[in-house]
Every structure is written in C-alpha cells, then in structure tokens.
Design a protein around this ligand. Structure first.
Ligand SMILES: Cc1cc2nc3c(=O)[nH]c(=O)nc-3n(C[C@H](O)[C@H](O)[C@H](O)COP(=O)(O)OP(=O)(O)OC[C@H]3O[C@@H](n4cnc5c(N)ncnc54)[C@H](O)[C@@H]3O)c2cc1C
Length: 373
C-alpha cells in the first residue's frame, strides 16, 4: 500500500494534518497545483483573533494559542505570531449587535468594552464616522502563515511524508478495505482517504462515491492601500473590525490591508477580485476615515468555504468509514489549525481527545459530519 493516510489538499488543513499523522503512519499528500498553498491558504489576512468566528470556532482558536506562542523546537526559525490587537467598532445604531457580540465572547476574560474616546485614541484615523464604542481583543495577533504552513510540511516530510504536487485526484474507489485512487500523474492505494480540499471538498467526496455535505465557497476580497496623505498612521495599531463584519482594516507596511468582508457564493475556482468589491472596500475605508484613497497597492480574492451551519466538518463520513472529512475552515482555518489538526488526528487514530483540547472546551461532536446525514 502506498499510504496509510492519503491526504487530498496541501493547504493549511492538509499540511497541519500531515504534521500530526506522519509520525504515526505513512502519509502521502496530493495537491492538484504546482505550489502547496496556492489557493485559500496563500490568500488570507493572516490574523489570529479568538473573538472572530463565534462560539463554535473559539475553543479551537484558543486551544491553538500555545502552539503559536511556543511552537515545538525546530518547527520554525521565525516567530509564528506578532503583536496586533483588534477592536470591533460599533456606531450608536449597532448597540444591539455589540451586545450580542459581547455575549458570544464572554468566555474570553481579556475581552472588554471600550468607550469611544479610547477607540479613537487607539485608531486615530477613524475620523469620518460616528463611534459609540468598541470591543477590545488585546490577544489578537498577526500570524506568519507561510512559516506555519512550511513548518508543518517540513516536519511531516522529516517523518517520511511524501508531498505530490500537480497530482489532482480524478477518482477514488474503495474495494476490500483499500482505496484505489487515480491521479493525473498515476495511481495510488491507501487505507484512509482524508479530504482537505477546501472549496473542492464536496467535489472530492463525489469523486470518491461519498455523499457531499453541502459546502459553499464564499469569495472574499482584500485590497492593500498606502496611507492617504495627512491621515494619522500607526503601523502598530490594531485591526479594526466592524462589529457587524461589514469591513475590516489592518495596518500593513506603510498603509492598510482592507476588506469589504464580502461573502459572494462561488463555484470552487481560482478566485479573482471583482471591481465592485474593490470599490466597496475603498468606500468603507473612505467613509470611516474621512480620507480619499487615490491608489491601490495590490488586490486579491480567495474562497472561504463553509458547511451549511458554518461550523467545521471533522470526522469520518457516516456513509464511508474510510473517508475522513476535514473541511469547512471558513475564515478561520489558519488561526485554528494547531488545535484543529490535533483534533482531526485524534479522531483518525481513534485516540481520546487530547487534554489540551479538553481544557479549552473543544467538543468533537459538534463538528461530526453525521449531522448532515
Ligand atoms: C481573504 C481571506 C482572508 C482570510 N483571513 C484569515 C485570517 O485572517 N485568519 C484565518 O485563520 N483564516 C483566514 N482565512 C481563511 C483561511 O485562509 C482558510 O480557512 C484556510 O486557508 C483553508 O485552508 P484549506 O487547506 O482548507 O484550503 P486551501 O488552502 O484552499 O487548500 C485546499 C487544497 O486542495 C487542493 N485540491 C482541490 N481539489 C483537488 C484535487 N482534485 N486533487 C488534489 N488537490 C486538490 C487545492 O489545490 C488546494 O491547494 C481567510 C481567507 C480568505 C479568502
């Protein structure tokens, strides 16, 4: 047999799981692209916020913090995490949304409400909008996504994992307890087939004769801009997130990374930014800052893929016990990946839930794909 664990997709989901499983059995990771991380993993805003994603994601995010702060020796030569901070701002008409968000974040002791004058002092460029207050998330941080992704792959390879690029999976057939998998570059056999294909998660299921769960990729756009002339700028300032998630602005280099937090349904594809979404991002920044944006530095889009209930899908397929779902990372696949991969690996190996996950309230049942059966 070529692999004990055949992982489809070499983004952060596949790389993280390869890292966890490689010491336990032969791992092969397949990706259809020439570069691992070409799709959503390479297109994120690269921040970590326990306040982002709601109560079903928060335990996985919180349980990942220790790994980001102190990764295992030799995992990376650069820090995975840098200081950032986040403030979820709200206008007077968003009071009810702020209260609901505070309720969702009540498990986080460092999170507290800020009065408007403190928000303005910490983000002095918010000159064009009325602000009623903010929700402070001091533990929000920048992540080095490339270092994390490469760290996972490097450590997995050191344990014998093989990474096969430009090896798109075409079909998979389960016979006599073994998967027979056809790829663009050859055939493989494996004991467990693990679906880490992001936006293509349902497509992989269909190719393997497994019932899809109803994943929906949603396009999100990012634009980077220089700081408009005359606008106060603090490169160490917090990411500012609208409490209703209509936009976010993150200091980046000499300007901002801005997003209209768009969620446009898309087929699985190589997502590209649309002019309309770029214009909406710029409009949010101009209205909130009161300044004029006269240039864009760069723009891109990626697909955030959600299950119908927007919660992760982690577990064996109810209709095919040798097929493991590891999808539905949505907009949180980087910040949750240390704990998410640990949870997935423990389920694949049939081990009890690791104590470090239990301690943060992670419960595997809420992610079980059987909920869609
Ligand atoms: C604009 C934007 C901002 C974001 N910001 C953040 C953030 O700040 N923090 C955070 O935690 N998350 C963020 N995210 C979300 C995060 O990027 C994703 O949750 C994560 O990257 C998903 O990883 P993945 O491995 O599941 O998917 P992907 O990286 O897309 O990997 C899936 C892989 O499967 C491969 N594949 C598909 N079909 C096949 C096939 N038939 N055969 C072989 N391989 C196949 C693809 O080529 C791809 O490489 C953001 C996302 C976007 C788009």
């Amino acid at each position: 047999m070529d692999a004990e664990f055949l992982i489809v997709g070499a983004g952060i989901a596949g790389a993280g799981l390869a890292y966890r499983l490689a010491p336990k059995g032969q791992v092969v990771i397949l990706d259809m692209e020439a570069q691992a991380g070409y799709h959503t993993t390479g297109r994120s805003a690269a921040f970590y916020a326990e306040t982002y994603g709601g109560p079903k994601l928060q335990p996985l995010t919180t349980a990942s913090k220790a790994f980001f702060r102190a990764p295992p020796a030799g995992f990376t030569e650069v820090p995975l995490q840098g200081p950032l901070g986040a403030i979820h701002i709200f206008r007077p008409d968003q009071r009810a949304e702020a209260d609901a968000a505070l309720e969702d974040m009540k498990a986080l002791p460092a999170v507290k409400e800020l009065p408007a004058d403190v928000v303005r002092a910490r983000a002095p460029y918010l000159l064009g909008t009325e602000i009623a207050g903010g929700i402070d998330d001091p533990d929000c941080s920048n992540l080095d996504v490339a270092a994390l992704h490469q760290g996972y792959l490097k450590a997995a390879k050191a344990h014998g994992a093989k990474v096969l690029l430009e090896a798109g999976i075409e079909s998979a057939r389960h016979e006599d307890g073994i998967w027979h998998v056809k790829t663009r570059t050859g055939d493989l056999t494996a004991r467990v087939l693990i679906n880490c294909a992001g936006a293509w998660g349902d497509d992989i299921a269909v190719r393997a004769g497994v019932r899809p769960v109803g994943l929906q990729p949603l396009r999100r756009t990012i634009v980077t801009i220089p700081n408009p002339k005359g606008l106060p700028f603090d490169r160490h300032g917090p990411v500012v997130i609208d409490v209703g998630e209509a936009f976010y602005f993150k200091p980046e280099g000499e300007g901002y990374l801005i997003s209209p937090a768009d969620e446009t349904p898309s087929a699985p594809t190589d997502a590209q930014p649309e002019m309309e979404d770029i214009a909406i991002a710029v409009d949010h920044f101009e209205r909130t800052s009161g300044a004029t944006v006269d240039r864009l530095d760069s723009k891109w889009a990626g697909l955030r893929t959600f299950a119908p209930d927007r919660a992760p899908v982690i577990g064996f397929a109810p209709d095919q016990p040798a097929f493991f779902w590891n999808v539905g990372q949505g907009g949180y696949g980087i910040q949750t990946s240390p704990a998410w991969s640990l949870l997935a690996a423990s389920l694949i190996l049939g081990e009890p839930l690791p104590a470090e996950l239990v301690a943060h309230g992670v419960k595997s049942a809420i992610y079980d794909p059987a909920r869609f059966a």
